[in-house]
Design a protein around this ligand. Structure first.
Ligand code: HDE
Length: 711
């Protein structure tokens, strides 16, 4: 294991215990001399109630579980460091953002939303992207997602949304899936969700890796500088490895072959020293520009297009240390959008406002005590001083008699900090209005940005989105729900609606006016339909086609080889790939060492039956007649061909080494030279380099149709 390069992330006192050279003890520190047998009355007699060692052990075990998160239950986390490369002091007084070069320890937790803690990583779902910054001014939590908008505009709809997507209450089916009646019933009646639906049905919802996802703060927040001036801000994390996804067919297969795929990927990348990195960026909007946009900045179903306000990259987030203990750290970490530091504040986004209540409330039931901030992973790095006392499992031992304020007996301590000394004060905002239970007129356009997203997708991305909708709606048993969703799609794109309608066996119903949460007095002109007003805007930043494609760092390349393989070819390619940071894993007919032509032994990590091509980014089929013969013998042939055919179907790079023609010819690979840039044959000039270039491209989705042979 490589050492973490940054000591900052280890600065936190997370009280680890090392058992090396230690005797087993009870929780009271008593050394145990027999942990194999309980205390009995005679050799074959009943156990004795006085066996306090047995009772302590079993009681602790009985209480080992805590309630899983009501949403985002399935997740994985890591420690790291955040570095600010370009000071934001012009906009914010938050020290961790204002002092150029400053490094702040972080813990990041990624998650799916709908599934239980044990569900598959590869569900079609939004991913949580929650960052806890342990700043010297207190903890700051940026609790975001990998999609920049949300399904609903008001917190009061959140329990409904979550109830609709979770397993249906009568039979608890399906797990970690939105493809069922109640979710789409709710969506069909919530036009405000259509923008997010476009994202959730796109490949963004089936990432290749947590390390290859963007992160967004979603809501608009406020920055406050030393002079008290306010700017609106949107937060972004952009992965240095690019934004990449898998195919839906692949996702379903990975769920079976390795349901911990994303968890393992994050863990192994960090163990191998391939520390995941993101650029941190901000979109800054001056206060006076608040109403300059054709949407409301407070509406969480809208993004600020990068063409209108560029993302300024100002920092780097690096994950460099795996947790020591999943439960103590990843499970017990408690995020809250209300964990703020001076220089950052909330807006009146009604979704964000509701979240400010929810997160403390949920920790009380999940972690069981108002003292959850004392759990090591939740502790701020500056010592807590206040007059809060007692409660379940209190750790801090406060000295003295004084636990109130004002006081004279404690010398007035702890005292209120002046703003100039880092005391937090909310931004003074004029609020003036009637008390109403209503939605703002400025929140009423639910389709323009859904169209913006759809228009911005490449051909293959549009096809994937369409197929996702077809898959999901095909699982909906009530035709009226399918029809209502198609009616909503028709407001976004008529061709999309027609294509989905055809496959899910309904007609496109032209809805007169979207129903749901539209104010009764809404201006009908703002409810655009494609016929009335064609919407042609698009944004390059919204397509994964335009992402980073120049690195093979941390990509997993499967080498399929058998006895007799040309050792030299294997070693040359392996070292070229590893020099560029890729990971080579040997796959063979069995786990026995592969004897190469020169006597070298290669240790396989997998056999053809223990894994599948969906767990790899690209394949190399080892050179050599003998190896080819062995891979094509009766025993190995089905596995070898399935591997190659699936990789081909999923548009991956495949490199055929020398003398592998028999495998190539028996496979589904159809390739005329230079037509498919991801099929590399060893007789091509500089074939190793061509292969590496193809791996960096991630996939040739444009050739999906041509390649889409049954696997
Ligand atoms: Fe959350 N959300 N949420 N959420 N959320 C939780 O807090 C909630 C929302 C997000 O890795 C819960 O500790 C409400 C938007 C992430 O531990 C809970 C509303 C966004 C995580 C909760 C929202 C998020 C959570 C469950 C609507 C993206 C996982 C357990 C008003 C900006 C954090 C917990 C982790 C977790 C409530 C909407 C992101 C119940 C009421 C929008 C990444 O408090």
């Amino acid at each position: 294991m490589k050492e973490s390069t940054n000591p900052k992330s280890e600065q936190l006192d997370h009280s680890t215990t090392d058992n090396t050279d230690q005797a087993l003890t009870t929780n009271q520190g008593l050394k145990i001399n027999n942990d194999q047998d309980s205390l009995k009355a005679g050799e074959r007699g009943p156990s004795l109630l006085e066996d306090f060692i047995l009772r302590e052990k079993i009681t602790h075990f009985d209480h080992e579980r805590i309630p899983e998160r009501i949403v985002h239950a399935r997740g994985s986390g890591a420690h790291g460091v955040f570095k600010i490369n370009k000071s934001l002091s012009k906009y914010t007084k938050a020290k961790f953002l204002a002092e150029e070069g400053k490094e702040t320890p972080v813990f990041v937790r990624f998650s799916t939303v709908a599934g239980s803690a044990g569900s598959t990583d590869l569900a079609r779902d939004v991913r949580g992207f929650a960052v806890k910054f342990y700043t010297e001014e207190g903890n700051y939590d940026l609790v975001g997602n990998n999609i920049p908008v949300f399904f609903i505009q008001d917190a009061i709809k959140f329990p409904d949304l979550v109830h609709a997507v979770k397993p249906e209450p009568d039979n608890a089916i399906p797990q970690a899936a939105s493809a069922h009646d109640t979710f789409w019933d709710f969506i069909s009646l919530m036009p405000e969700s259509m923008h997010m639906i476009m994202w959730a049905m796109s490949d963004r919802a089936i990432p290749r890796s947590y390390r290859m996802m963007e992160g967004f703060g979603v809501h608009t927040f406020k920055f406050i500088n030393e002079g008290g001036k306010m700017h609106f801000v949107k937060f972004h994390f952009k992965p240095k490895l690019g934004v990449h996804s898998v195919a839906w067919d692949e996702a379903t297969k990975i769920s079976g072959k390795d349901s911990d795929f994303h968890r393992r990927d994050l863990w192994e990348a960090i163990e191998n020293g391939a520390f995941p990195e993101w650029d941190f960026g901000v979109q800054i909007i001056p206060e006076e520009d608040e109403h300059k946009f054709d949407f409301d900045l407070l509406d969480p179903t809208k993004l600020v297009p990068e063409e209108e306000v560029p993302v300024e990259l100002v920092g780097t987030l690096t994950l460099n240390r795996n947790p020591d203990n999943f439960f103590a750290e990843t499970e017990q970490i408690a995020f809250h959008p209300g964990h703020l530091v001076p220089g950052i504040d909330f807006t009146n986004d009604p979704l964000l406002q509701g979240r400010l209540f929810s997160y403390t409330d949920t920790q009380l039931s999940r972690l069981g005590s108002p003292n959850f901030h004392e759990i090591p992973i939740n502790k701020s790095i500056n010592t807590v001083h206040n007059n809060q006392r007692d409660g379940h499992m209190r750790q801090q031992i406060m000295k003295g008699k004084v636990s109130y304020e004002p006081n004279s007996m404690g010398g007035g301590c702890p005292f209120q900090a002046m703003m100039k000394d880092g005391g937090f004060a909310s931004q003074e905002e004029r609020v003036d209005g009637k008390k109403i239970r209503a939605r703002s007129q400025s929140f009423v356009d639910h389709y323009s940005q859904a169209k913006l997203f759809y228009n911005s997708q490449s051909g293959p991305e549009k096809t994937h989105l369409q197929n996702a909708l077809i898959f999901e709606l095909s699982k909906v048993t009530i035709p009226a729900i399918r029809e209502r969703v198609v009616g909503q799609l028709n407001f976004i794109n008529k061709d999309l609606a027609a294509a989905v309608a055809k496959k899910v066996g309904v007609h496109v119903t032209v809805l007169e006016q979207p129903n749901g949460s539209i104010p009764a007095d809404a201006d009908p002109k703002s409810l655009q339909s494609p016929e009335k007003e064609p919407y042609t805007k698009s944004s390059d930043a919204l397509s994964m086609k335009n992402t980073v494609k120049d690195t093979i760092k941390s990509r997993i390349i499967g080498f399929i080889i058998e006895d007799g393989v040309h050792a030299q070819d294997v070693n040359t390619l392996k070292s070229k790939l590893e020099n560029e940071g890729a990971v080579v894993q040997i796959i063979s007919g069995s786990l026995a060492a592969v004897k190469a032509d020169d006597g070298t032994a290669f240790e396989p990590k997998h056999s053809l039956t223990s894994t599948a091509s969906v767990c790899f980014d690209a394949l190399y089929i080892g050179s050599g007649k003998q190896s080819t013969q062995n891979l094509m013998n009766e025993d190995n042939k089905p596995g070898t061909l399935l591997f190659i055919n699936e990789a081909y179907k999923h548009c991956k790079a495949i490199y055929f080494g020398k003398e592998t023609e028999d495998i190539y010819n028996a496979s589904n690979v159809k390739h005329k030279k230079h037509e498919d840039p991801a099929i590399i044959i060893s007789d091509q000039n500089d074939s190793d380099a061509l292969f590496m270039k193809a791996v960096a491209q991630h996939r040739v989705w444009e050739l999906e149709k041509a390649r889409n042979n049954p696997a």
